[in-house]
Design a protein around this ligand. Structure first.
Ligand code: ZN
Length: 264
């Protein structure tokens, strides 16, 4: 994969990846695909680890290629397994496995990630809902209306739900408590560019690289083009069967292998 060297003022096309979850097969397929998209930089919205059998390799690749990387809740739980107490059984088992599997260097790399980063004052990057809310999953207009209260930029990039989606809200009152009717949501089709109007605000979720949950097993990523003001979701086929074998051979819960085939 070729990514142009970082030139702050000229960087305009960003690959947006999230929720890799230790799935090296999916991640390699996405990195290979990025060569087709004239990418300047990569933004990773967190959850590099958890669920999948190659957390170390995925951390190495993110450290090599991503210019902004956010800490996800699974990354946090791998550093401090007490944080996994609220996870379901398979997720918790996978975090304990991940913690045992990773070297101190990899744990330290996760520990250094920040929960929020900003890009040129126009893009805010987080893993999940940027304000305290009944749920940290921004999966519908009600949750998006809450989440926009914590968005202090034109565009907020977030992941966590493993479902690609774009939410739009009015721009005029940046601190407004949006009502649900103020917010519009789209589930973008593969390759469909969503125009981000300068007079509106957006929450863009690229979906998940390593564990999609929208019934489409293909790896998902986004491209944010700040020249054209567009966000585009792309889906990539990868060797799901090989990822399932690797998951099972690692001794991870079999449900984590099975779900990859159905994207759920
Ligand atoms: Zn995740």
């Amino acid at each position: 994969m070729a990514v142009r060297p970082r030139m702050e003022a000229m960087s305009k096309r960003y690959a947006v990846i999230s929720d890799i979850h230790g799935n090296l097969h999916a991640f390699m397929a996405v990195l290979g695909e990025l060569g087709q998209h004239d990418i300047d930089e990569i933004i990773c919205l967190g959850d590099i680890v958890g669920y999948g059998p190659a957390p170390d390799r995925c951390i190495d690749l993110v450290c090599n290629y991503s210019s902004i990387t956010i800490r996800g809740n699974h990354d946090e739980a791998a550093v401090d397994p007490v944080k996994a107490d609220l996870f379901n059984g398979a997720a918790r088992q996978a975090i304990y496995w991940t913690r045992d599997y990773l070297s101190a260097v990899h744990i330290d790399a996760l520990n250094r990630l920040k929960p929020v980063e900003r890009l040129n004052g126009t893009v805010m990057c987080v893993h999940d809902c940027p304000v305290p809310a009944p749920s940290d999953y921004v999966h519908d207009k009600q949750m998006a209306a809450l989440a926009f209260r914590g968005v202090d930029a034109h565009i907020c990039l977030l992941g966590h739900t493993h479902v690609p989606i774009v939410f739009e809200a009015p721009c005029q009152n940046i601190d407004a408590d949006y009502a649900i009717p103020d917010v519009t949501g789209w589930i973008p089709r593969n390759g469909e560019a969503v125009f981000l109007e300068p007079s509106k605000r957006y929450i863009c979720n690229p979906g998940s690289v390593g564990q999609p949950r929208d019934c489409d097993p293909r790896a998902s990523f986004g491209v944010l083009d700040l020249d054209r003001n567009t966000f585009t979701v792309h889906r990539v086929e990868y060797d799901v069967a090989a990822a399932q074998v690797a998951t099972q051979e690692a001794g991870l819960p079999s449900i984590l292998a099975q779900r990859l085939a159905i994207g759920a």
